[in-house]
Design a protein around this ligand. Structure first.
Ligand code: ME8
Length: 593
């Protein structure tokens, strides 16, 4: 019988375009999904968006849109990003999908009928960012420990879920299923916290209405986490064909919701429990927290544009850190890996060998080289989710193949048997790399399965060749990037203008950002968000003439479309920032260069 494999990502809040963190989870899930498919399993891969909740309602309001209008604009951006990264999901679920809403209502009713939901009063400290309540002792300097922002005091009538009732069942679950929480390093913390005791959970709100109404009391809408978690069940295929999930992949930020609330909700409605939950580590950006307000966020388009190659992004993220650990993103490391590993090692091998085969052909023989590939090891690493190590193993084999070419010198010996070994080995490499870098792997496979192997456009471009080749870079499998020099044409692309600051406003909930309105002469009025609050008072900024980057792609920060950037100098630690200003009253809109 074919074994099924049901894998999920979290459903992301569509309150901005997806960034590197969302991309990471989704790429890992895609690689594991493709790998399991290759192993012959009946795979079902679910991803989607978490459309409801107060956070979305507030961001929508700031953007002057209704929540539904707002999410309808952002959800396609997630689909588009996943498409650009070759994510092959089976369903993209939204919590606003009718079948999901219906299932959540049924589950609420079932849990209510089982006596697990009761009406009470809630008074608590709420963080909108987390969509969760905290107690005084959880707070850090009176702020949410994750978002570092003040929490709200909330008092409302609320339905409660009897979470406390499930403490014993949960502890038994963790004990009997050592693989339920992965990696092990995160498990103990959950077990300890559950042992301390569980308080019943408020699962409804009356203070806003952007959610699923409770079937037994329509004044209340369902708490976003009860709604969200059940996506895994409503999205599990026709008649819940794939339930229970084999693997939920999540970030460590939401491990509590998945390993405590989720099994308790499922136990309450008599459904089977997911088999494994893997909570991976956290990405930082140049060692700082990814943060929209500080501009330290990198979205999927920006990520791909660094090398112009989606497979470099997939490869970098999958290889960069042991799966489970935290990771730091830096453009330089991405480019280094692209150059050294994809372009030089893989690209070089493919290009050299295809050229030699085009010239000399191949002759069948036993393949000693291929025996050096330890597929068993790769399989067992993948079964343990050690994606980075599996890639390591594949790349050691690529190294071995490159050495083989060097040792055997087929360009001198014209030995068709050696070329046969290399051809078959490269075909195998394309197969094992397919889950990780599908587009490149497909290209290699196509090239090496062709009746007559022809050396295609170079799979890597030498740096000297790069400039001429730049125009058709899209065509290339993998190109070498030059990290240091900017062309004059790069500079020419920027449009810098003299502008004057007309007004400065605070941005709700952002402690570092100002919303600034600029007069840019002939260009007109522009609005930007800038992280200047720590460095300049509003009065100091008002009336100031500054330099403005006018043709940068707009970015949405805190629901505000920021149309560019100001030119400023900052020290390494970013503790000092100084705006660069023209030293005379030159006309607004004047160009710089
Ligand atoms: O929490 N590093 O949605 P969300 C690594 N809707 N991964 C990151 C990351 C980072 N810096 N930032 C985000 C929600 N992620 C809920 C989930 S599920 C039933 C409901 C990834 O948009 C990581 O997978 O805040 C994390 O768990 C998830 O995005 C949070 O996404």
């Amino acid at each position: 019988m074919v074994k099924k494999f049901y894998i999920t990502t979290p459903i992301y809040y569509p309150n901005d375009v997806p960034h590197i963190g969302h991309a990471y989870t989704t790429i890992v899930a895609d690689a594991l999904s493709r790998w399991n498919k290759q192993k012959g399993k009946d795979v079902y891969f679910l991803t989607g968006t978490d459309d409801h909740g107060k956070k979305i309602a507030e961001t929508a309001r700031e953007a002057g849109k209704s929540p539904k209008e707002f999410v309808d604009i952002l959800v396609p951006k997630f689909k588009d990003a996943w498409n650009k990264l070759d994510i092959k999901y089976d369903r993209f679920i939204r919590t606003t999908d009718k079948d999901h809403e219906k299932l959540v209502k049924e589950m609420l009713q079932k849990s209510y009928d089982n006596g697990d939901i009761y009406l009470g009063k809630y008074e608590g400290l709420y963080c909108v960012g987390c969509e969760a309540y905290y107690t005084e002792k959880d707070l850090v300097e009176n702020c949410c420990p994750i978002h570092k922002k003040p929490v709200e005091k909330v008092k409302e009538e609320s339905y409660f879920f009897r979470l406390s009732k499930y403490q014993k069942d949960l502890l038994k679950l963790y004990k009997d299923n050592p693989k339920f929480i992965y990696p092990k390093s995160r498990k103990q913390e959950i077990v300890n916290r559950v042992k301390e005791g569980l308080r019943d959970l408020s699962i409804s709100r009356t203070s806003f209405d952007w959610g699923i109404p409770l079937p037994f009391d329509k004044k209340h809408v369902c708490y976003v986490w009860f709604d969200a978690l059940f996506n895994y069940l409503s999205g599990s295929g026709k008649n819940e064909k794939y339930w229970p999930a084999d693997l939920h992949i999540i970030g460590k930020d939401i491990i509590w919701f998945h390993t405590v609330y989720w099994p308790a909700f499922l136990l309450s409605v008599n459904k089977k429990l997911p088999k494994e939950i893997f909570a991976h580590g956290w990405w930082t950006f140049d060692r700082e927290k990814i943060s929209k307000s500080r501009g330290r966020v990198i979205n999927v388009d920006e990520l791909i544009s660094i090398t112009g190659n989606k497979d470099s992004v997939r490869y970098f993220l999958l290889r960069a850190t042991p799966f489970g650990d935290d990771g730091d993103f830096s453009e330089k490391v991405l480019i280094d890996r692209h150059n050294n590993e994809l372009a030089n090692k893989l690209g070089n091998l493919v290009s050299r060998v295809s050229g030699l085969i085009e010239k000399f052909g191949v002759e069948k023989t036993t393949n000693k080289l291929l025996k050096k590939l330890d597929e068993k090891k790769i399989n067992s690493l993948m079964e343990n989710f050690e994606v980075d190590k599996a890639l390591n193993e594949i790349f050691s084999f690529i190294d071995r193949c490159n050495e083989y070419v060097q040792e055997k010198k087929p360009w001198e010996t014209k030995d068709k048997k050696i070329l046969f070994e290399l051809k078959e080995s490269i075909l195998k490499i394309s197969e094992v790399l397919l889950p990780f870098i599908p587009e490149s792997a497909e290209k290699i496979k196509k090239q090496f399965l062709a009746k007559k192997i022809v050396k295609e456009n170079p799979l890597f471009i030498k740096i000297e060749e790069k400039i001429e080749e730049k125009a058709n870079k899209q065509e290339k499998l993998i190109g070498i990037m030059d990290t240091k020099e900017a062309d004059f044409s790069d500079w020419e692309k920027l449009d810098l203008r003299v502008a004057q600051i007309k007004s400065v406003e605070d941005v709700e909930g952002a402690d570092k950002l100002y919303k600034i309105t600029l007069d840019v002469g002939e260009i007109g009025k522009r609005i930007i968000c800038a992280g200047l609050k720590q460095f300049y008072s509003k009065d100091k900024l008002k009336g100031k003439r500054i330099i403005y980057f006018s043709n940068l792609k707009p970015r949405v920060l805190r629901g505000i479309e920021s149309q560019g950037m100001l030119l400023a100098a900052s020290n390494k630690e970013r503790t000092k920032v100084s705006l660069i200003a023209p030293d005379s009253e030159i006309e607004l809109g004047s160009t710089i260069g």
